[in-house]
Design a protein around this ligand. Structure first.
Ligand code: ZN
Length: 81
């Protein structure tokens, strides 16, 4: 089960200890067309080299909002009845 939802450009991931909110690339961006990266250089080379990808300025893949969650209460005692 994947604990993430996407609302327009915002992706929200739920983890055990925190919620992460991140803005995704702009789908109407003229540079990356919503992929989030721009290819620099000639592309795939003659020996199959990967092209250089650079993050598009329409988003920041390293920036997100972290909302910490309180640790869950664990009850180890048995009820006396
Ligand atoms: Zn872009």
């Amino acid at each position: 089960m994947r604990n993430s939802i996407t609302i327009q450009r915002w992706r929200i991931d739920l983890y055990e200890n925190a919620i992460y909110v991140q803005r995704q690339p702009d789908p109407r961006c003229a540079d990356c067309h919503g992929r989030g990266d721009i290819v620099r250089g000639p592309g795939i080379g003659p020996y199959g080299e990967e092209p250089d990808f650079e993050p598009c300025p329409c988003w920041d893949p390293y920036r997100n909002l972290r909302i910490p969650l309180r640790p869950r209460t664990v009850i180890n005692e048995r009820y006396p009845f």
